[in-house]
Unconditional design. Structure first.
Length: 277
């Protein structure tokens, strides 16, 4: 005797269109998916590309891709599933739910959900996530937060967050990050910092930071780094320095620096000759 319910029979008749290398369909709590137990069983009759389809577009599946396809077919159901017990359902529903409903998920227990919230929250509410416990959430906040609000993340415990802040922070506040404990952050600061604050970074303890400073300092101030302890910094100086500074570097200890100095001096002589020709 056939005891299958009408929705389950419809599910078998619909066929499974998942790719051959896709993972097998499984209920998010484990075990098989029973369409007859689903509140959206009525969607099975809507046809291809709509409603739902076991193994292809299903909200009860454990596989995020199939859940996402379900909500792409049924975006109007997103608001209703923001409180679902499975974090993948909440996270994917949050992609299409009304932004007015997202505030309820700001303190969701799962960072995957809060990450989706951080990508969509209006600017006026985004600051509520600046102290989120997960770095990936705070990184998304740092990418989206309006520059005037970024100051709250300048001292974030994660260097990746602070690096993003250094890329976007307003120039007026950027000098406050010039002494960040992480080299990568200070390099980002040096890439954007204006004078005279940039000159103060010429004494940074890290050569990579001083190299960035050497790339951006006004030519008239490059002599400050002409005898830097790191040859790579001196090489950068040699690429842009004026003749007086180059002459002072003529006998540099490093052959790569001497070569760069000699080539620059030779080119300067040629240019002077051409200009007087």
């Amino acid at each position: 005797m056939n005891t299958a319910t009408a929705p389950e029979a419809a599910a078998r008749g619909a066929g499974v269109r998942a790719p051959q290398d896709d993972i097998a369909a499984q209920h998010w709590q484990g075990g098989p998916i029973r369409c007859g137990d689903c509140e959206y069983a009525y969607l099975l009759s809507m046809g291809e590309g709509q409603g739902c389809e076991p193994g292809h577009a299903c909200m009860q599946d454990a596989y995020a891709r199939r859940i996402d396809r379900f909500f792409r077919w049924n975006p109007m159901l997103s608001d209703d599933q923001l409180g679902h017990d499975y974090f993948e359902v909440r996270a994917i529903a949050a992609r299409r739910a009304s932004v007015f409903r997202l505030t309820a998920l700001i303190k969701d227990s799962d960072e995957t959900v809060r990450l989706q919230v951080a990508l969509r929250l209006p600017q006026a509410l985004l600051a509520k996530l600046v102290n989120d416990p997960h770095r990936e959430v705070r990184i998304r906040v740092a990418q989206r937060l309006a520059p005037p609000e970024l100051a709250a993340l300048r001292h974030d415990p994660d260097y990746g967050v602070r690096e993003l802040v250094a890329q976007r922070l307003s120039p007026a506040l950027l000098p406050t990050m010039a002494h960040d404990p992480d080299r990568a952050v200070r390099m980002r600061v040096a890439q954007r910092l204006d004078m005279p604050a940039l000159l103060r970074m010429a004494d940074d303890v890290d050569a990579d930071v001083r190299r960035v400073v050497a790339e951006r300092l006004p030519v008239a101030l490059l002599s400050r780094l002409a005898h830097d302890s790191d040859w790579r910094v001196r090489w950068e100086v040699a690429q842009r320095a004026d003749t007086d500074t180059l002459e002072a570097m003529h006998n540099d200890d490093e052959s790569e620096v001497r070569q760069a100095v000699h080539e620059r001096l030779k080119n300067n002589v040629i240019e002077i000759g051409v200009s007087h020709g």
